[in-house]
Write a protein that binds this ligand. Sequence first.
Ligand SMILES: Cc1cc2nc3c(=O)[nH]c(=O)nc-3n(C[C@H](O)[C@H](O)[C@H](O)COP(=O)(O)OP(=O)(O)OC[C@H]3O[C@@H](n4cnc5c(N)ncnc54)[C@H](O)[C@@H]3O)c2cc1C
Ligand SMILES: *[C@@H]1O[C@H](CO)[C@@H](O)[C@H](O)[C@H]1NC(C)=O
Ligand SMILES: *[C@@H]1O[C@H](CO)[C@@H](O)[C@H](O)[C@H]1NC(C)=O
Ligand SMILES: *[C@@H]1O[C@H](CO)[C@@H](O)[C@H](O)[C@H]1NC(C)=O
Ligand SMILES: *[C@@H]1O[C@H](CO)[C@@H](O)[C@H](O)[C@H]1NC(C)=O
Ligand SMILES: *[C@@H]1O[C@H](CO)[C@@H](O)[C@H](O)[C@H]1NC(C)=O
Ligand SMILES: *[C@@H]1O[C@H](CO)[C@@H](O)[C@H](O)[C@H]1NC(C)=O
Ligand SMILES: CC(=O)N[C@H]1CO[C@H](CO)[C@@H](O)[C@@H]1O
Length: 608
Amino acid sequence: MLFLCLIGVVLSTLLVTPSSGVILTQPSQLITLEYDYIIIGAGTAGLVVANRLTEDTKITVLVLEAGVSDEGVVPAIAPFLATMLTPNTAYDWNYTVVPQKGMHGRTFSYPRGRLLGGSSSANYNFHQYGSAEDWDRYAKETGDPGWAWNNVKKYIKKHEKIVPSADGHDTSGQFIPSLHGSSGEVSVSLPGFNLSIDARVMATTGQLSEFPYNEDTSGGDHSLLGIGFVQSSIGKGVRSSSSTSYLANANSRPNLTVLINATVVKLLQSGTKGALKSFRSVQFSSSPDSVTMTVKARKEVILSAGTIGTTQILQLSGIGNASDLKALNIPVLVDNPAVGANLIDHVYMPNVFNAQESLDTFLRDSSRLGAAIEEWTTNKTGIIANNVANTFGFARLPSNSSIFKAVADPASGPKSPHWEMIFSNFWTCPGIARPATGKFMTIVTALISPTSRGTIKLRSTNPFDKPLIDPNYLTTEFDIVVLRESVKASKRIVAAPAWADYVISPFGRLSATSDVDIDNYIRGAASTVFHPVGTAAMSSSGSKSGVVNENLLVKGADGLRIVDASVFPFIPSVHTQGPVYLLAERASDLIKADQLYPSAERPPLDEL
Ligand SMILES: Cc1cc2nc3c(=O)[nH]c(=O)nc-3n(C[C@H](O)[C@H](O)[C@H](O)COP(=O)(O)OP(=O)(O)OC[C@H]3O[C@@H](n4cnc5c(N)ncnc54)[C@H](O)[C@@H]3O)c2cc1C
Ligand SMILES: *[C@@H]1O[C@H](CO)[C@@H](O)[C@H](O)[C@H]1NC(C)=O
Ligand SMILES: *[C@@H]1O[C@H](CO)[C@@H](O)[C@H](O)[C@H]1NC(C)=O
Ligand SMILES: *[C@@H]1O[C@H](CO)[C@@H](O)[C@H](O)[C@H]1NC(C)=O
Ligand SMILES: *[C@@H]1O[C@H](CO)[C@@H](O)[C@H](O)[C@H]1NC(C)=O
Ligand SMILES: *[C@@H]1O[C@H](CO)[C@@H](O)[C@H](O)[C@H]1NC(C)=O
Ligand SMILES: *[C@@H]1O[C@H](CO)[C@@H](O)[C@H](O)[C@H]1NC(C)=O
Ligand SMILES: CC(=O)N[C@H]1CO[C@H](CO)[C@@H](O)[C@@H]1O
């Protein structure tokens, strides 16, 4: 509440206008109901595709977005306030997970951005690209070398604009410039405000050979293993989302139309092409009580509603597991049980230590916090201009770990991580309020190569009903073993000399020492890192598995493509926005190529 009051004060003085240009708010403002392309969801991926397709002024594009504008929404702009934007606000879908049997039957919030920019406007700004092995595995799974890292990496230059950090410090040695773009769309920067623990984290890399310094944490051609500085989707002290970049830079094009407050309720079959059913009609509505409207795509409908939204729309449209659809009396148009299966997510484990000094005191003090917000409002500097963490890292289980006697290594390759650690000098337990007193350091550890798989299913045929989201977390031995090892590692870290005069003791049940007690502690406290993928997985055209082919076209359908996180058949080994951006850049080229080369004249895919 405190934050919200303060935000109300600064709101009136704020002049930031993320996606300047005309954003329609009423269906009656549409000048036509027929477009070349209709993109469903103005989120991370959707706005990349909207920008790239409208580079050709002859192409008309309509983007339908269920959510609201991001204009003037302070916690979507001020990086450090990102944790205030969700869950359960006007900018969130307010989802929860079904009771998790691997987590003592608990249920918890499952945030997703519901505003322009989608989750890129609501996330915590960590920015990475995945390991080369992640992308090479996508190439193998789809049989398309175009998805291999060697081909995908060129999209970094189109996507990224590395910019100075908000405090203007010398960042040499903190990232490798040749791995980055300097003239792309989304601003990316190194930390802009020093935290007292940064130096201790860096000293640890010199003291524990297990966790070496990593000079660049973006991934790709450089190893993700080790500890380094966070790279964030932040420029000049404000969030850089797909809305403030890709949309803002395309929004004045007359051939691009964006309509907000427009919830897509289903796709309609618009005809057939050979044995395939065509889906070029889109039904949407402004609210549960409003009439539905139908718009038509001449070329394609592109589903970019995110892992939850895209899955739900497919199922509402009769594309999914036939027995699930029949149980709800939904006519089955494309029987594909892979829709909504294979849900994969990273698992978040907050390990809290009592510390000598922390930001908790500052965060409880409304006048100091208010002053920091004022500094950010005036100058876009200070802690509010910064991300929620400055340092993090990735690690693997030791190769002689006994779990590998029973389980094949699920990482995308021998150089890709099993778990992650994030350092912050304050209390960061989602859903559990900061205690009224005490000073804390949190080492969040996260499961990065999970083997558990879950589902997304419809709760009812009402498109305004939230679907049943079951990530099925921690239901395999491998997954709990990795988190157990990460919790033990967090204690090895604070045992390094760098923390001798800082960390006092483990907080609460982190003091557990036996495997059984540690596992219970994990199952009682873990939640999500907000990275759901996989429910509309890509696979090769010839494969019976998967939902989309290597060109992201929906199997068994015509005129329908999916471009968002749902198509990743395996979860990237990193925070997922960067991989989604690269995916959407390449998808845009694939769509343009289909448009230019309708027949066999198309160049080989690995040139795209
Ligand atoms: C709280 C949070 C923190 C995160 N932190 C990070 C981080 O620090 N770093 C990182 O890399 N990743 C992070 N992520 C994950 C990352 O943001 C997502 O993986 C990525 O943005 C997903 O992109 P997308 O295009 O698939 O979906 P989204 O960006 O979510 O876009 C989907 C869009 O579709 C709209 N939509 C949905 N259904 C409908 C419908 N029926 N009709 C019309 N529109 C619809 C939604 O409102 C949304 O705008 C975080 C996510 C969250 C929620
Ligand atoms: C989410 O909850 C907030 C706060 O209760 C509410 O304002 C908003 O309308 C809800 N959004 C959805 C999509 O349910
Ligand atoms: C912040 O820390 C970095 C190294 O972590 C250092 O290079 C920089 O000079 C520091 N900046 C300030 C303002 O202290
Ligand atoms: C969305 O549209 C409905 C129906 O027209 C309207 O009642 C509601 O106020 C609109 N919401 C927003 C955020 O504009
Ligand atoms: C399809 O749904 C049914 C009913 O929920 C389920 O039993 C079955 O396993 C699903 N099929 C696949 C392949 O997931
Ligand atoms: C903004 O920066 C100027 C110049 O450094 C400084 O004088 C001023 O106090 C700052 N304003 C706030 C509110 O911090
Ligand atoms: C793995 O090897 C290390 C030494 O490299 C050793 O200390 C450890 O006990 C081994 N673990 C197992 C499970 O064999
Ligand atoms: C549907 C739509 O917005 N079409 C516009 C696309 O852009 C051209 C100009 O390049 C306009 O004339 C169209 O009205």
